[in-house]
Ligand binder design. Structure first.
Ligand SMILES: Cc1cc2nc3c(=O)[nH]c(=O)nc-3n(C[C@H](O)[C@H](O)[C@H](O)COP(=O)(O)OP(=O)(O)OC[C@H]3O[C@@H](n4cnc5c(N)ncnc54)[C@H](O)[C@@H]3O)c2cc1C
Ligand code: FES
Ligand code: FES
Length: 1306
């Protein structure tokens, strides 16, 4: 039947930040984020993962909720929300909350004041998250406000400051949060919080159906079921949609229904589907209701019936569905459907299955409604055109219900396996009814009838438990999850997944026994909870001028007015890359015909369009911008072409239509280190023999009492900045190009682009205001991306922007290097190290990039704080067919640290001694603090810090408390671990990165340009502070300008933690010249007036019109002379060593381990750190905590997933899981060592961005101790190997958990 659209609305109307907007002929395929950013220029809402998995794009919406007859306020992911679904709504973006020019909202103010941001890219999403919570719920509790972080990732801050800012609005706020509230001023809850009426006067609930149609695509939002079915009859291929969030799963969709449907029927406003009724029989929930509706209905029921247990337990289960922004958009119906259609590992389905829920559906006739138990809702159970109309949750009466699940991390992580259990018992506690359901990836959740049969008629005893476990296994519908079967771990996590229900059943028995008063268990039941983060004890010292100040741009960041590359208000075309999916082969052809047909596509750029050299890497000829036809593929993710179109969405769609022909795809691909070692595939010139060669290792082994050998693996890590690789190229005269890009190596980009474009270097200008996180790969891996944009802009003579999303970034951009390390260590029988021989190999990927330098740093990181009388370290860089691995925060040190501590643990384990004893025994003291290569570790203080921290953190008492806890608890264990740190810094990295200070004579204000990049480390703020202090001018007169290669030339990279110091010193040198220039004027005015002049007066005197025209502009360049790279004119090295100085620290962490699942919760961390005299303690504390949490991610949660071909399988944020607030230590105490200026440092300071990363090893160390305690109980050796990744499955495996141990006898 021909398509007969109902009355067509042409104008979409909604409120945006208080103003009514009308969009004529809206495109039904468009997402809200695209409209906000690209049509309205509201760039505060950030584009990052585009999968609903990071929260950077969160906005608030209000609409009339038909089901509950009220105006609902909530937060949503604008990257998943279709623009047309906003008809009749009110949308608020960060720009609508408050403004830097007018007035900040208290949410913005408190985040800004509390150092709640670093790079600031997540900040608008964080603001909207808390703002929407207050608007929707009034005054939350601290726990609610903590849990409200389940949908927002921050890669920089470590979350505490953010969580505390939100907590400051809570009724049970901690004293620290209340102090913040007091500092920031009153928040008028009556005016600002909770809107339960309509937000805008003329907002009305939708009173008629709407249709939006464009280019053959239709969005139809009817009000009645009759209309729905009529439309469906006329358009059988039309698809139902509620939240349209399913498209975010495993991919960045960016188009309604992921572009799979031409006609879409929105169910949101259908009256018959907006039912929510409660009766004695239970709840009935209409097909247009969201998961949040169900949660709230169950919670209401619980409040009304406090004698019941199941409503809150079922609601709790649903709170693990995705995150709250999605739960308030997404429906139960879509969730159930994707579960049976796509094998999605739903949380909702198994929970509802255990609750005996039922679903109703219709097909063509509204009267012909059918109802089936959810247990029968399997693939093929309902016709393809079924519309799910109702969900029925029966009243489960006195039943006891529980749901369990474990994901890679606590929140926003699909479950490896989940299970729901329900029982009722009779008066003698015998089970009369039972339900057991399990859910897995790629398998429809199912009931275990045999397990249920095993339970019914039995009591909660060990025999019943074991019978039920065996029964679950006997009928498990289990499907492999291939995503985790990687080249490094071919077995994947299937064994863990398969056995998780055993643990769940045991947990359920424990909880049921406790519930029914059968047995009282210690507090080790259930799931580790996400406790609100405590403020912790922060100790630091301020000196005048170097105070704890919020970032200069803090207000701009919280209001979204700061512009990142993608936010520049320059009209531009969008580029989307075509990447190789093969790791090797020959590029035969690129067929672009279909892609070119897509309306809006402007051109497709390939290697033939490059005007200069096709080279984007460090080594000439090694890495092309685009692979040429006939050229070789080196890695998957390699750039083949760039589709340029008038929108991001169009470019992306068309890129998927380019046909790539590669012959010999993946043949001979070398992916792993073992393959590379076997093939002798070296990165020539980048591997180092004798990184360390001290004494005589063979003689050392001979004189040792014991010699141990081992091999360990450390994995890679994605840098995961929230702002992905982004570049905007704008053509200029004389074939020049201005390139805005997200970078920490802007001058390197400039030099490389000049070669690519074939123009002199001065004709390329690279700029950036700030990067939304960088963490290493934006030193070099930004070049290929910027080059694509520049070549396209050159060819088209128009501005072109390329912005990666998470999936692209992880495919194309390498990360931290993985290492394989063999070690041999000789010790005395007490454990004193005598000799050590280390051979290590790193996976460099397909090009050199920084790998040479990194192998050196990894090798030099291994010795750490210990004394190695004889030591040899060789590190080899291997070439593989992976994206080039590169700099990532701490550059080789985390890998070296892991190897070092693995050796120390080996010694401790073999000798059955506490690892801290071995650490202390081998730790350098002040008297012998010299590296194995002979460099004195100047101002060494690790030994004293170690003692102090152990004392301050009460290590011994707490160690004893952990022991006592472990003796009382079988299934929860605690561990506490202390680790030391010495971290070498090299100024070589950033040396020569200069500064230009311009004083404006008109009013004394100052503009500073410097060669560093603001990447969240607070460089602009610290430079401004140093300039203000050096000149003696007010801080608020100092402005730090954008990074720009045409203003400060020849800048080196921003990295290695030391750029801030280098640039502060450069600026200080410039200021010294200015002070000299001003000195005579100051002396004259002081003499004349009998008092020192004010700053503006002084500057005015030096700049009088036609009088004095002093040069109020000066440059400074800091070029350290102390390392081996600095040379005299003749090229003789001025220094002896690679590094310039060392930073020291110590860390102690305590964790609790859920033995049954392998999950851990960091309870407390204490850090003592030597940053010299901090330039800004607030910023430094933020850097420290951020680095620490980044380290927790590396050692415990993040796992890059590459398949046997080398292709990245984690699908953006879907299976790659940086820590969220729930992974952060509950209590975090930090002391920046006081009265401790570093004599050789810039203003007495030391670097901080990277070293604290390593102290996160204390969390892993504590987890290992907890594991050792379980192993002891299980009769296993307490000495065990645990190579990375130390994820939940590896931890549980190390615990030796077996169902046969599960004992719940009374
Ligand atoms: C990042 C992310 C993480 C997630 N994590 C989890 C998780 O951990 N656990 C979990 O359980 N879920 C998770 N989900 C799934 C999520 O909770 C939603 O259930 C899911 O996205 C679908 O809901 P929706 O209403 O948006 O469906 P839509 O996207 O609108 O539709 C999905 C499918 O259902 C069909 N459909 C929708 N409603 C009906 C209806 N009434 N009748 C017939 N067909 C219908 C549509 O045609 C479509 O095929 C996650 C989703 C995302 C994006
Ligand atoms: S959640 Fe929307 S961009 Fe990440
Ligand atoms: S400040 Fe949160 S991602 Fe950078």
């Amino acid at each position: 039947m021909a398509f007969a659209p109902p009355a067509r609305s042409t104008v979409l109307e909604f409120y945006l930040n208080g103003e009514k907007v009308k969009v004529a002929d809206p495109d039904p395929r468009q997402m809200l984020i695209e409209y906000l950013r690209d049509a309205k220029g509201l760039s505060g809402t950030k584009r990052s993962c585009l999968q609903g998995g990071c929260g950077a794009c969160v906005v608030a919406v209000q609409e009339y909720d038909v089901a509950t007859s009220r105006w609902l306020y909530r937060s949503v992911n604008s990257c998943l929300k279709p623009l047309v679904s906003c008809h009749g709504l009110s949308v608020t973006t960060v720009e609508g909350v408050g403004s830097e020019r007018k007035c900040l909202h208290q949410v913005q103010k408190r985040i800004a004041e509390n150092h709640g941001m670093q790079c600031g890219f997540c900040t608008p999403g964080m603001v909207m998250n808390t703002y929407a919570l207050l608007r929707s719920g009034g005054k939350p509790t601290a726990e609610e406000s903590m849990k409200n972080y389940d949908g927002n990732i921050c890669r920089c801050t470590g979350y505490r400051n953010l969580v505390q800012a939100s907590e400051s609005f809570c009724k049970d706020a901690s004293p620290e949060a209340l102090a913040l509230a007091e500092r920031c001023g009153q928040h008028d809850a009556d005016v600002c919080d909770k809107i339960s009426s309509r937000e805008h006067h003329s907002m009305e609930k939708m009173s008629e159906s709407v249709t939006f149609a464009k280019d053959g695509f239709t969005w139809y939002a009817p009000l009645s079921l009759g209309e729905v079915l009529e439309f469906k009859k006329a358009n059988p291929r039309a698809m139902y949609v509620l939240g349209d969030t399913a498209k975010g799963i495993r991919q960045a969709a960016y188009e309604v229904m992921n572009g799979r449907a031409s006609h879409v029927i929105s169910l949101r406003h259908v009256t018959e589907l907006n039912v929510l009724t409660k009766s004695g029989a239970g709840l009935t929930i209409g097909g247009a209701l969201t998961i949040q509706h169900i949660v709230e209905a169950l919670e209401r029921m619980q409040t009304e019936h406090s004698d019941l247990q199941w409503p809150s337990a079922l609601a709790e289960a649903m709170k693990y569905v995705a995150q709250h922004h999605i739960r308030s958009e997404a429906g139960w119906a879509g969730n159930l459907l994707i579960t049976i259609q796509r094998g999605f590992p739903s949380d909702l389905f198994p929970a509802l299955l255990a609750a005996d829920a039922e679903v109703s559906f219709v097909t063509t006739n509204a009267q012909d409604e059918k109802r089936i138990p959810i247990a029968d809702f399997k693939p093929g159970a309902v016709p393809f055109n079924a519309l799910l109309t109702k969900l029925h949750i029966p009243n489960l009466g006195s039943a006891f219900f529980k749901y369990y699940r474990v994901g890679q991390r606590k929140w926003l992580s699909h479950s490896f396996a989940s299970a729901g259990f329900r029982v009722t018992v009779d008066g003698s506690k015998k089970i009369t009814e039972a339900r057991v359901s399990t859910g897995y990836w790629a398998a429809t959740p199912s009931r275990s009838l045999q397990a249920e049969a095993a339970l019914v008629g039995s009591t909660f005893d060990t025999a019943t438990l074991q019978k039920a476990i065996a029964a679950v296994h006997s009928e498990l519908e289990f499907a492999e999850e291939r995503q985790f079967q990687t080249v490094d771990n071919p077995e994947g996590k299937d064994k863990y997944r398969r056995n998780l229900p055993d643990s769940y059943l045991f947990k359920f028995f424990q909880e049921a026994q406790s519930f029914y008063g059968i047995k009282s268990w210690p507090d080790e039941m259930g799931t580790l909870s996400a406790l609100p983060l405590k403020a912790g004890n922060l100790q630091f010292q301020e000196v005048p001028g170097l105070e704890n100040k919020p970032q200069c741009s803090a207000n701009g960041l919280t209001t979204g007015s700061v512009r990142y590359t993608d936010d520049q208000p320059i009209p531009a075309l969008f580029g989307y890359p075509v990447l190789s999916e093969a790791s090797t082969g020959k590029l035969e052809s690129l067929d672009v015909a279909e892609a070119l047909k897509v309306e809006g596509v402007v051109d497709i750029i390939t290697a033939v369009d490059i005007p200069g050299q096709n080279c984007a890497g460090f080594v000439p000829g090694e890495e092309p911008v685009f692979v040429e036809i006939g050229g070789s593929i080196m890695t998957s993710g390699q750039q083949l072409a760039l589709v340029v179109a008038d929108s991001y969405r169009t470019a992306k769609k068309a890129a998927g239509l380019v046909q790539v022909k590669i012959t010999g795809a993946n043949e001979g691909a070398i992916v792993t280190l073992d393959q590379a070692i076997e093939a002798g595939s070296f990165l020539q010139g980048a591997h180092f023999k004798d990184v360390v060669n001290k004494g005589d290792v063979d003689a050392g082994f001979k004189s040792s009492d014991l010699v141990f050998e081992g091999t360990t693996y450390v994995i890679g890590q994605h840098a995961f900045p929230l702002e992905k690789q982004t570049a905007l190229a704008v053509p200029e005269e004389k074939k020049g190009m201005t390139v805005w890009h997200s970078t920490q190596g802007h001058d390197f980009t400039r030099a490389k682009l000049a070669g690519v474009l074939g123009v002199p270097g001065a004709f390329v200008v690279c700029k950036q205001s700030r990067a939304g996180g960088a963490f290493g790969p934006k030193n070099s891996r930004q070049v290929p991306v910027a080059a694509m944009a520049a070549v396209a802009a050159h060819k088209l003579e128009k501005a072109v922007k390329v912005a990666f999303e998470a999936t692209l970034e992880q495919q194309a951009v390498g990360g931290r290097h993985g290492f394989k390390t063999k070690y041999k260590v000789g010790v005395t029988k007490e454990g004193k190290i005598q000799s050590c021989d280390i051979e290590s190999w790193c996976n460099g990927g397909c090009t050199h990039d920084f790998t040479g330098f990194l192998t050196l740093e990894m090798g030099e990181a291994i010795p750490g704080v210990y004394n190695w009388p004889n030591m040899k370290i060789n590190v080899h860089a291997m070439k593989t067919n992976l994206p080039s691995n590169t700099a990532v925060r701490s550059f080789g040190s985390p890998q070296g640290y892991f190897v070092c501590e693995a050796i120390i643990e080996e010694i401790a384990g073999r000798l059955e001694k506490p690892v801290e004893e071995i650490r202390e025994m081998n730790m350098c003291g002040k008297e012998n603090a010299v590296t194995p290569w002979g460099q004195p570790m100047e101002f060494y203080n690790v030994d004293s810090m170690w003692k102090k921290l152990k004392q301050d953190a009460k290590f011994q008492e707490r160690e004893a408390a952990c022991k006592a806890f472990n003796e009382q608890h079988r299934w929860r264990k605690r561990g506490i671990s202390a680790v030391p740190l010495a971290y070498g810094h090299s100024y070589a990295y950033a040396a020569g990165t200069g500064a230009l200070v311009n004083v404006h004579g008109s009013d004394g204000s100052v503009t500073v340009h410097h060669g560093g990049c603001e990447i969240g480390q607070g460089i602009h703020t610290k430079v401004a502070q140093v300039v203000a202090m050096s000149l003696g001018c007010p801080l608020d007169l100092v402005r730090v300008a954008d990074t720009n290669t045409e203003v400060v030339p020849n800048a080196r990279f921003t990295g290695g933690s030391i750029t801030t110091e280098v640039v502060c010193e450069s600026a200080r040198q410039a200021c010294k010249q200015l002070v000299e220039t001003l000195r005579p004027h100051k002396e004259f005015l002081t003499k004349k007036d009998g008092k020192e002049p004010g700053w503006p007066e002084l500057v005015a005197a030096a700049n009088t019109l036609l009088g004095h025209q002093e040069k109020l502009s000066a440059t400074g360049v800091f070029a350290p002379q102390g390392n081996q790279y600095a040379t005299d004119l003749e090229g003789n090295a001025l220094g002896k060593y690679h590094g310039d100085y060392f930073t020291y620290g110590a860390g102690i962490s305590e964790v609790e381990l859920d033995v049954l699942t392998g999950e851990i919760r960091a309870l407390r961390s204490d850090i003592l750190y030597d940053v010299g005299q901090s330039i800004n303690p607030g910023i430094d504390l933020g850097q420290l905590e951020g680095a620490f949490v980044y380290g927790i991610g590396y050692y415990l949660y993040e796992e890059p997933l590459r398949d046997a071909r080398g292709v990245e399988r984690s699908q953006g944020v879907w299976a790659y899981k940086p820590p969220m607030a729930a992974e952060v230590p509950v209590e975090f105490n930090v002391e920046l060592l006081r009265d401790n200026p570093f004599p050789k440092g810039v203003l007495g300071s030391k670097a901080i961005g990277e070293p604290p990363f390593m102290l996160a090893y204390s969390v892993l160390g504590a987890a290992k101790k907890a594991i050792a305690s379980v192993r002891h109980q299980h009769g296993l050796s307490e000495h065990f190997q645990m190579p990375m990744p130390c994820t939940v499955d590896a931890i549980q495996k190390a615990c030796g958990v077996e169902a046969k141990h599960f004992d719940c006898s009374v």
